[in-house]
Every structure is written in structure tokens, then in C-alpha cells.
Design a binder for this molecule. Structure first.
Ligand code: MN
Length: 417
């Protein structure tokens, strides 16, 4: 409870003298008659309350904190069971006062609300730097999600379907009390690994192929976002090992460089350089590394970002207007910020053999001197490799929240049966 009160105080302090803060919690969304989508609380509301019930409001007026909860009738209790009433909610959530949600007008009467843009920016600024209370939740979300990844590696056999692995992941999280995933799981065997947002998860697993799984659960709304790629039959082939080593090297080097003051976009370009060098050594790329990065040839194999913020949203707030920087690099990057202690970010380089890019006639012409397309074409059955960990930027080396095996020997051992 202290943890949420601390965050409410920080928010109120940041907006002192600018009016009253009103945050509305989420409302249930109808799926069809009498059925609602699984409720997920609004992230800003969750951030300062920890309240996972729908239909609530928070009013912060100076140091006074009012939580407003829905007024429920006997009919509601028959169907939904008990909902904490005012006195119970006051104790449960540690606020000064609890009112009913239908009294919102009364709670706000005569008070000037903070401008929406000011409130947005204050929340973006605060949410970017995680407190120790938040980090404790994120550590646990990662530990449980990591155990679920290990369970998937252990259980994977040729002949299974992707959705069976999805079920193993879900079940491992739910069994440990984490009932909600942070995002829909990507479970991609073989060529499906080259579809960046693959969601079908219904193909059969073939011996000799790789399995890419990008999945994470959330705790108190805080997300884990983890990707591993491993051999379906438990042993990497030579060419899988070669490409995997390039991605792993890029990931480890970027984690080692993720220190306060580093600009995230520069780190992304650095990851492109490491991958360009690796793909050059393997014969996919030709020419000097600067040209491969700036000319975009490496993006044919690594077409996504290296990192994003992680928190209550899996692609979390980017830190508020104060932190927005012009992109200092020549490559398009969405997340451009100077890293600060307390940022939680992902590190997720990848290499893919994507038919839509490698067979594009315009791209083939443009990059004909930089890419060995005959060699790349021979890998169109390969799929892709991504390795993603979640790290906390610290004054010293980053803290890695993700403990799932990723070294080649460790992955093979985790897959052993
Ligand atoms: Mn991610």
C-alpha cells in the first residue's frame, strides 16, 4: 500500500497548485450480450491505486486522496459476489476517503481540474522511472514468465502444435498466480518465426526447425516481455547456431552498453552494426559496415527496433515531453531517449529471413551490391531468431530481470529430455 501512496504523493507534488487531479478507472467492455471482455484496469489508474476493479475514480486534491467506488445493489451481489464497500475500500487501498462513483460531481465541486495535457505529461514522466516497489512487481512478473519459458523449452517435441506450447506457457503462469498475460503470445515454428507479429499459433512443429516464442505475463499490471528461440528437436543445426550467435552477441553487447546517458537510438544503431558485422562474416552481407547500416541493407534482416520502455504497458510510456530528443541517427527509430537509472527497457535484437523483404524487386535492386541474395534465398525456410530480455538501467551495470537460458549450451540443456 505504501508503494501506491508514494506514487500518489509524487503525482500530487508534481502538479501542486495546478488544480485537482481526476483519474477515471476503466469500465467493462461488452463482448456480446451479457458477456464482457476480460477487464484490464486503465494503466494510469492502476499506477497510483493498485485497484483492479472497474468503474472507480480517483480524486487528488492537494494531499487529500478520494477513491470513488461503484455503488452496487443486491442484484449485482447475486451475480458478481461482494464488492468492497467504502469502509472496506478505505482500509484496503489506504486512501483518506472513499465515496461512491455516482458522487463524482460532489467530489469535484468547485475545484478546477488539472489540464489534461499537464496530467498526461506528469504521468509519463513519473511512470518512466520505476520505484523499488514497482521493480519488485516487475522482478516477480519476469521470474514467473521465465519459469513458463523454461517449461515450454522442456516440453517441446516435434509433432506438437504451436498452441500446445501456448497452453503450457499460459498454464505455467496461471498456476503461479499470474492470471493475465501482458500481450498475446507469439508461438512461431519454422518459417512463422519470420512473421514479426505472428498470432495464429496453430502450425505443427517440425524436427530441424526453430521455435520462436515471445510471451510474458503481468503482475499488478506490470509486464514481462521475453523472447526465446530454440531448436524444436533440442539441438541447434550448424546454420541455426551461426545466426543465433550473431543475435546473441548483439544482445549481450547492447546490455553491457545500456548505461545512464546513452541514447536509446544510438544503442539501436550499435546493434545494427554488430548484426551487420556478423551477417557479413556469414556471407549474407558485403561491403563496409557503415554503408550496410546507413544504406539500410541490414534492415532487410533486422527490420524492427532494439528496445522499448516496459512497465504497466508492454510498450510503455516514453518518459514525457521533457525527455523527447531529436533522433541523432540516420535510421528511423521511434524510441529516442537518454537512458536514466530506473528505466526498464527491453533488449531484443533479431535476424529474420522474411520473404516479403528478400523477394521485393525494388529492395533487391537497391541492395544488390550489399546482399548476397542467392545465399539469403537459400535461408527462406529458416524463419527468424529474436532474443529478448528485460533490463533495469542502473548507475552501474544494468540489472537483467530475465533469467531464461540463452547461451547455446544452456538452451540445449533446457531443451534436453
Ligand atoms: Mn518487446
Amino acid at each position: 500500500m505504501n508503494h501506491y501512496r508514494l506514487l500518489r504523493r509524487s503525482l500530487a507534488k508534481r502538479l501542486a497548485g495546478q488544480g485537482v487531479v481526476h483519474l477515471a478507472g476503466g469500465k467493462p467492455v461488452a463482448r456480446n450480450f451479457d458477456v464482457e471482455y476480460a477487464f484490464r484496469q486503465n494503466s494510469d489508474f492502476l499506477y497510483v491505486t493498485g485497484v483492479e476493479e472497474p468503474g472507480c475514480h480517483l480524486v487528488l486534491d492537494g494531499s487529500r486522496e478520494i477513491l470513488l467506488v461503484p455503488r452496487v445493489d443486491a442484484h449485482h451481489r447475486v451475480w458478481e459476489g461482494n464488492v468492497p464497500g467504502p469502509s472496506e475500500a478505505k482500509k484496503l487501498f489506504g486512501v483518506d476517503k472513499v465515496m461512491y462513483a455516482d458522487e463524482l460531481k460532489k467530489a469535484l465541486r468547485g475545484r478546477r481540474p488539472v489540464a489534461a495535457s499537464k496530467l498526461r505529461d506528469a504521468l509519463d514522466e513519473l511512470r518512466a522511472v520505476k520505484t523499488e516497489g514497482e521493480l519488485a512487481l516487475m522482478r516477480r512478473a519476469n521470474a514467473v514468465s521465465g519459469e513458463a519459458h523454461a517449461a515450454v523449452m522442456r516440453a517441446t517435441r516435434p509433432g506438437m502444435k504451436e498452441y500446445e506450447l501456448q497452453a503450457i506457457f499460459d498454464s505455467a503462469c496461471v498456476k503461479r498466480g499470474l492470471k493475465h498475460l501482458a500481450y498475446p503470445s507469439i508461438v512461431a515454428a519454422g518459417v512463422n518465426g519470420a512473421v514479426l507479429h505472428y498470432r495464429k499459433n496453430d502450425a505443427a512443429l517440425r524436427s530441424g526447425d526453430l521455435l520462436l516464442i515471445d510471451a510474458g505475463a503481468e503482475l499488478g499490471g506490470y509486464a514481462a516481455d521475453i523472447t526465446r528461440t530454440f531448436p524444436i528437436n533440442g539441438k541447434f543445426t550448424r546454420r541455426q547456431r551461426d545466426v543465433y550467435s550473431v543475435v546473441l552477441e548483439a544482445q549481450k553487447k547492447c546490455i553491457a552498453r545500456a548505461r545512464p546517458g546513452i541514447i536509446s537510438a544510438d544503442l539501436h544503431v550499435y546493434s545494427m552494426r554488430v548484426i551487420a558485422e556478423g551477417l557479413k562474416d556469414l556471407g549474407f552481407l558485403k561491403g563496409d559496415v557503415d554503408g550496410l547500416v546507413e544504406g539500410g541493407a541490414v534492415r532487410l534482416f533486422y527490420p524492427h527496433g532494439l528496445t522499448h520502455m516496459l512497465g504497466l504497458d508492454v510498450h510503455d510510456v516514453m518518459g514525457g515531453k521533457r525527455r523527447v530528443l531529436p533522433n541523432p541517427t540516420k535510421v528511423p527509430v521511434r524510441f529516442v531517449a537518454k537512458l536514466e537509472p530506473g528505466f526498464v527497457i527491453t533488449m531484443e535484437p533479431g535476424v529474420y529471413f522474411i520473404e516479403a523483404l528478400l523477394k521485393d524487386p525494388v529492395l533487391r535492386r537497391k541492395h544488390k551490391d550489399s546482399v548476397d541474395f542467392a545465399k539469403a534465398d537459400s535461408f527462406l525456410d529458416f524463419g527468424g531468431i529474436r532474443i529478448e530480455d528485460d533490463i533495469v538501467v542502473r548507475d552501474g551495470p544494468a540489472e537483467n530481470l530475465t533469467r531464461v537460458p540463452k547461451e547455446i549450451d544452456a538452451v540445449e540443456a533446457a531443451c534436453a529430455r
